[in-house]
Design a protein. Sequence first.
Length: 293
Amino acid sequence: MDLSYDYPLYRPPSEANSLIFQVTLGCSFNKCSFCNMYRTKQYVERSWGEIKNEIDIAHESQPDASRIFLADGDALSLSTSRLIQILEYLQGKFSKLERISCYAMPRNLIQKDPSELSQLRRAGLGMLYVGIETGNDLLLKRVTKGATSRGIIQGCIRVKECGFTLSCMVILGLGGKKYTQDHIKDTARVLSDISPHYLGALTLTLEEGIYAEFMTKFGEKFEHLDDFEILDELQRLVEFLQPNSPIVFRANHASNIYSVGGTLPEDKGRLTSLIMELRRHPEMLKPKVLRRF
Ligand code: SF4
């Protein structure tokens, strides 16, 4: 028997081959003005009985699964004891398991203290995907992220110190034309402080269902960046980043205008040359109809 998911279902691009269990449904926050992912869902923490049953079903067809992703939007909201129960059951069930990961909000990272995070790490949760979106405090407020740059840095450094592999996401174009300089300057500063192991840059794409809400919450006229300005943000982000350890960088999400990737700071020169080449040859960019958030 196959698992039946409660759609919509999201996972990071790098979890394409992972077995997915929805231990929560929706997002416990669900207020970020740019995010339409879980607006149709009520946040629910699924019962241990439901989760265990799904693990048992999946094990029958995929006993050799090596990667597992815990969905939906912020599985780290679950209590530490429930998460440990899930992690220990998964570890006992899947003998070839190499990695368990989930999404987390910045606030999840500071709601759990270091000893809880260390327990989760020891129980097998290895990788966290954290949407930080921007390092600029005004923009964090305008997009109702429910986080500050200070809290983001604190939480991200905490999970790294507890041994997690950390993957952060930021959104190009989030500040529109007016805040493009501040957005990238502060985002590069915050990311340099954190130095996550992985970094993904998405591009702002407002779906119809949240367009009006985004504009209202932004509180002033918002002007979208054009493709050249997005490339400019990408270039500045790459140039300004000064990590204290290497970051595997990707801008290969469905929303991006071109797939770019490398290791920073090592590949700064190559990425900058590629971005400049794209500016000279906009015909190489992904057609607008193929871009989505
Ligand atoms: S961006 Fe993340 S935290 Fe914000 S509403 Fe979407 S899923 Fe929830």
